[in-house]
Design a protein around this ligand. Sequence first.
Ligand code: TNX
Length: 501
Amino acid sequence: MLPAPARVEPAAGVEFILTPGTTIRTSPGPEAGAVGRYLAELLRRPTGYPLPVVSAGRPEVPGGISLLLTGDDEASSHPGKPAAGDAGTAEGYRLEITAAGVVVRARTATGLFYGVQTLRQLLPPKIESSRRQAGPWAIPGGTIDDQPRFGYRGAMLDVARHFFAVPDVLRFVDHLARYKLNHLHLHLTDDQGWRIAVDSWPRLTSVGGSTEVDGGPGGYYTKEQYSEIVAYAAARHITVVPEIDLPGHTNAALNAYAELAPDGVAPPEYTGTDVGFSAVAVDSERTYQFIDDVVGEVAALTPGRYLHIGGDEAFTLGRADYTRFMNRVQRIVTGHGKRVLGWHQLAVAEHSAGRVVQYWGTSTEDQTVANAVRNGAKLLLSPGNRSYLDMKYSAATPLGKDWAGLVEVREAYDWDPGDYLAGVPAEAVIGVEAPLWTETIRTVADIEFMTFPRLPALAELGWSPAQARDWADFRVRLAGQGVRWSTAGITFHRSPEVPWA
Ligand code: TNX
């Protein structure tokens, strides 16, 4: 299983076998019912079984698969204790598999959903096929008690450098769901393109959306399309974190609206891959009106608590201007009811209630970040040399970059997020995120080649207890996932570090 569950007790010689008569029973209510239907949809095509989903408070007849929401009383008598506060409890589940049936118990539908992902991995790999396969469909017996170590487990997709249409993003969401990740960060704006419709500033997309790296056609999401991504992710218990990168990485916006540029002159469109050359006019009130409009519209479409404001690589601004600007942008974000997330350069700005800095450096020391944390910020870890999905695996990797180093699977796996940055206690770490920048990434196959197998490695760091981290064991479990990816049609890097079947 991957990520490794917190506690597994196998029952030797016991197995449950899925049959044409198997029923899926769920607690009453729409949330548990939706998880039941999700499970049925995963299983129906490969098995060819009808797998009806029925709602029942308590199954009168044992057998089949039951997805049950537990009351607080029942949940509190469970032995699994949360490691990371409420999120741990809320996302935990217990899975019991006997010859008579499968029971998933959880306090929330999110916990049931994670129990379902574990169950999926316990079925034979042919369960990943989109065509009907011959049985038997055996699930090994035992009990699993599980909950995540960290409450934030994410991946970022850069849809600005190269645009990815809605179906491609939804497929990426499904990859996250498989490994119990719960945040999708969308890098929606950059020098090469603006990808989210803003009604009050229409040229952002009509002009700013029509470019991408190497001069491709670009594209953007209408509000309906963005909401479709949000809803699809929510159905998989994943929260979308939209990023509007400021004050740098803004050439597409400046190209669309000259009034936002420091000298009032629109720069030409940009389809190269340099960074750090653009910035909005930080001394113009019009700029703050623009940000208030954009943040307001994006916040209104986003149910999650975070709004990411970038803050990286604003090389044309001095520290004082940058800090003053970011202080003001942070207030705009909280004014629209969201918490601030930003790349760790944001650490120099004043504290803002509930803010999170995302560390993307390659050193384990950063005094400015440690200070921001002492002042109340939380930390999200995305070390470039560990978690960046756009770094090459080896010098021979045809895609990607290498400025943060070469990142083979062991490098991506063998570090501890709880103990990474000097002077930052584990309690201040909300979790981990793997960013995929797309300067060199053009297709779904490109995305998957860079994502698999490193995203599962990061998922285990985010979910499993620290003491479960064991490279020798992990590489064998990872190898077992390979046949599932091939069966599901997912492209992956056949790392020489992993004993693939
Ligand atoms: C740095 S990481 C960037 C991105 C690039 C990436 C390429 C960060 C916050 N900024 O603009 O796409 O490197 O690896």
